[in-house]
Write a protein that binds this ligand. Structure first.
Ligand SMILES: [Fe+2]
Length: 317
């Protein structure tokens, strides 16, 4: 009988911080990456010799069967990392971003999993903690945002832009948390749209665009299935492609029919789309992006919020 081969998974070593209690075993590999050796036994506290050595080790691995334990450890630590004043903003933002990217990628692969949904709430809390810090300016946030387009990183970018704008105009506490959730989930409906359409390079045919237009309602349906019931959260997901002049989709809503959440997400969505590189276009600077939003989308977007975004990045246009 052959011995079962252990399979290992690389983890983000920045999440393994001094003083942390680890309930899974950590491994490292030799230079040739041919052999795994024990780095830290499970149920130990990171410290002593390992603390120094942690800086030198290139990558850390776990036994794949410990993945759930690692996930809950990482989630538990995320908010404390995000609110730790001793870690530089860009560093902690990168850690939260990397974790968010992993969680959202899983959620897009399996949007019906309640477990993934629970993880995304923890990620949102991490982002709210980040957005509440003084260093969270549009410029500092743009530095950590991914500038190549993937649906899951787009969701994260939109969430941090939306949260910063929401905080800037005075939203607080639970409102911010709900805003974070709504923006993080705004494109979840794309998980139910044919990947060929989502990833198509270049212009969609009319029929493909019609299919694509279904994603806000699909996202709304998934959100309800997940147990989200807050009207603002749901409106942000369903109405983020509505336009103030009534020319948007799926319902052609106008003016006051479009909620504050949906207006904020619409702006964050366009801003990220313009400042992100796609296979068919280069990324724009924040200055150029806001210029286009002001000149070409003045009947679509809420200009008071666009002006708030301008103030937020102190760009004079
Ligand atoms: Fe969308």
């Amino acid at each position: 009988m052959s011995k079962k081969q252990t399979s290992y998974k690389a983890i983000d070593k920045r999440l393994i911080t001094e003083g942390a209690n680890i309930d899974f075993t950590l491994y490292e590999t030799n230079d040739a990456k041919t052999q795994m050796t024990l780095f830290l036994q499970s149920d130990s506290v990171v410290g002593g010799d390992k603390k120094v050595y942690l800086r030198e080790v290139e990558s850390l691995y776990i036994d794949a069967t410990d993945y759930d334990k690692y996930q809950s450890y990482a989630q538990k630590h995320l908010q404390s990392i995000a609110s730790n004043p001793d870690i530089p903003f860009s560093e902690k933002a990168n850690i939260v971003y990397a974790k968010a990217s992993e969680v959202m990628e899983n959620l897009f692969k399996n949007p019906d999993s309640l477990e993934n949904m629970k993880h995304s709430q923890e990620i949102v809390n991490g982002f709210v903690s980040l957005a509440l810090q003084d260093e969270a300016t549009l410029e500092s946030i743009m530095k950590i945002a991914a500038h190549d387009y993937y649906t899951h990183t787009h969701s994260i970018n939109v969430s941090i832009y939306a949260l910063s704008l929401a905080k800037f105009i005075g939203l607080k506490d639970k409102d911010l948390e709900d805003m974070g959730m709504s923006s993080m989930m705004h494109d979840l409906g794309k998980s139910k749209v044919d990947a060929g359409i989502i990833n198509k390079n270049g212009k969609l045919t009319e029929q493909e665009f019609d299919t694509m237009k279904g994603h806000p309602q699909l996202g709304y349906n998934i959100a309800i299935k997940m147990g989200l019931s807050d009207k603002r959260i749901l409106s942000g997901i369903r109405d983020h492609h509505e336009k103030l002049d009534g020319g948007g989709y799926p319902n052609g809503l106008k003016d006051k029919q479009i909620s504050l959440f949906a207006r904020i997400i619409a702006i964050a969505d366009v801003f990220d789309a313009l400042t992100t590189k796609r296979s068919y276009k280069d990324a724009m600077s924040s200055f150029e992006a806001i210029g286009i939003m002001k000149k070409q989308m003045d009947t679509h977007l809420d200009m008071r919020l666009v002006n708030a975004l301008v103030k937020m990045c102190a760009v004079k246009i």
